[in-house]
Design a protein around this ligand. Structure first.
Ligand code: AHR
Length: 498
């Protein structure tokens, strides 16, 4: 394959990368909470019943904002069911996933887990079957000093010091007909505005995420929903949510890997509607993007819990091509650091997740690695990227270069992420920092899986797809040159001279 050159310039900056783009999502669905992060009977359980093996693996992902408790689950969840002495909490039939919810893991347990993991909690209020007042009460429970009803409850149940939860989502996927309490945009906007006002009346410092379109192609309301909601919510909205699940449904790997074009476009379209409404309202406030559900999801569609506790739901198995697509999402978020401020992989364990538990065992799936490679290099300013090199025309997603990339400058360290989308050819790559020289390699990893797009880890063979240290980088005239195998992802930290 012809040489690909990635052109960068330290002055051509996008914006500082918000660490919250390396967020996660923990929902009460399937075995995500129970048998996932929380399993008091496991031999891995700590003093709070949380699985230490799962926590240790998640720590490697340096996740930041953690969204909880859903998802669709949130639209039927009454947070009061999940606080107080565990033996007095009700077991309920929950309707999002038709499962049994014992409520033994709730707000206090989640916040304790966040503290252990260094996660920023991000709570989704129930705007499906819940009321704006219930949402407001939850803010008081979490954020107010003792002295009033709900804050006193927290002090009695768990701790006197407020939890200081800064980020709150105003419901979940309310444009989707499957959502409990789904309503048209104008009615959601009214509900969300009422909740937002009361929530901010309790704590002015919180930031709110309005429900945006949950799909780019399922509903005719795409963009119009968002316009209406933003227009009505006005300055109450700090962020609007985007969701995206992709898959190789036609078994067309080159097209699947070119999905990055469509992700870029989704972000740019949502940013455009935010700017349109801002201009129309003549507001000084820019609403930013919160990509609070993203992942690959198309192989497993078991979503009916059939009235069971912790059923096996949507336990997707991930392969090498999925890992390249996960890297593609992250590249896109970094490239749009000026608009995307929060992003959460959906989800973190067992349910469409990088980790799977089986009894006391834990499996690391292919999509775990891009997250680990990016998140450990998350500090700095995203740079604009210009890629000159060979490419291809994909079936549905337009033309892409074989190389997909993003870059973050952290003072004299330059982090570059590079995927080779070719299925059969090595890619020779040159990184040229136009106004500076690259002097040496600090460290780098390479994600591979032997070039087979369908290669996947399993409990029997857990190391088919994984990372290894990458050192084969040459430096000539201040530029870095290296060769990437087909279907691989490299993350490198390079030293600049000035
Ligand atoms: O992440 C699984 C589900 O996908 C979420 O609950 C919902 O918001 C989305 O449809």
């Amino acid at each position: 394959m012809e040489l690909t050159t990635i052109y960068l310039h330290t002055r051509f900056q996008v914006d500082r990368v918000d660490p919250r783009i390396f967020g996660g999502f923990l929902e009460h669905i399937g075995r995500a909470v129970y048998e996932g992060v929380y399993e008091p009977d496991s031999r891995h359980a700590d003093e709070d019943g949380c699985r230490q093996d799962v926590m240790a693996a998640l720590k490697r992902q340096h996740m930041t904002a953690m969204r909880y408790p859903g998802g669709n689950f949130a639209s039927g969840y009454h947070w009061m069911d999940g606080v107080g002495p565990k033996d007095q909490r009700p077991t309920v039939r929950e309707l999002a996933w038709q499962s049994i919810e014992p409520n033994t893991f709730g707000t206090d347990e989640f916040i304790r887990l966040c503290r252990k993991m260094d996660w920023t909690p991000m709570l989704t209020v129930n705007l499906g079957t819940g009321t704006p007042e219930e949402a407001r009460n939850w803010v008081e429970y979490c954020n107010c000093p003792p002295g009033t009803k709900y804050a006193d409850m927290r002090a009695a149940h768990a701790q006197e010091t407020p939890y200081a939860v800064d980020l709150w989502c105003l419901g979940n996927e309310m444009d989707g007909p499957w959502q409990l309490g789904h309503v048209p945009a104008d009615q959601y906007a009214i509900r969300a505005q009422q909740a937002a006002k009361m929530m901010k009346d309790v704590d002015q410092s919180i930031e709110l995420v309005a429900c945006g379109s949950c799909s780019v192609d399922m509903f005719e309301t795409y963009m119009e929903w968002d316009r209406q909601v933003l227009d009505y919510l006005g300055d109450y909205a700090d962020y609007i949510s985007l969701h995206r699940y992709v898959g190789n449904r036609e078994n067309d790997t080159p097209d699947y890997l070119a999905i990055t074009n469509s992700i870029d476009r989704q972000i740019e379209e949502m940013d455009a509607v935010c700017r349109f409404v801002q201009a129309k309202r003549r507001s000084k406030k820019r609403v930013y993007l919160c990509f609070d559900e993203w992942n690959i999801w198309y192989k497993n569609h078991e979503t009916d819990g059939e009235g069971k506790f912790a059923p096996h739901l949507v336990e997707e198995i991930y392969n090498l091509e999925d890992a390249l697509v996960a890297a593609g999402f992250l590249n896109s978020f970094v490239r749009h650091a000026d608009s995307v401020k929060i992003a959460n992989i959906a989800q973190i364990v067992n349910v469409i997740a990088p980790l799977i538990t089986q009894g006391d065992d834990l499996l690391i799936q292919s999509i775990f690695y891009p997250l680990e490679m990016f998140a450990r290099r998350q500090n700095g300013i995203a740079l604009q990227t210009a890629v000159a090199g060979p490419g291809y025309d994909s079936t549905h997603n337009g033309r892409v270069t074989y190389i997909d990339t993003s870059a973050i400058l952290d003072e004299k360290t330059l982090h570059v992420f590079i995927s080779n989308r070719s299925m059969d050819e090595e890619a020779e790559v040159c990184i040229s920092l136009e106004d500076n020289a690259i002097s040496k390699l600090e460290n780098a990893e390479l994600l591979t899986g032997g070039g087979d797009p369908k290669a996947a880890n399993s409990f029997e063979n857990p190391d088919v797809v994984g990372t290894k240290s990458f050192t084969d980088v040459q430096f000539t005239n201040g530029k870095a040159r290296f060769i990437l195998p087909p279907l691989s992802v490299a993350a490198m930290s390079l030293k600049t001279i000035d």
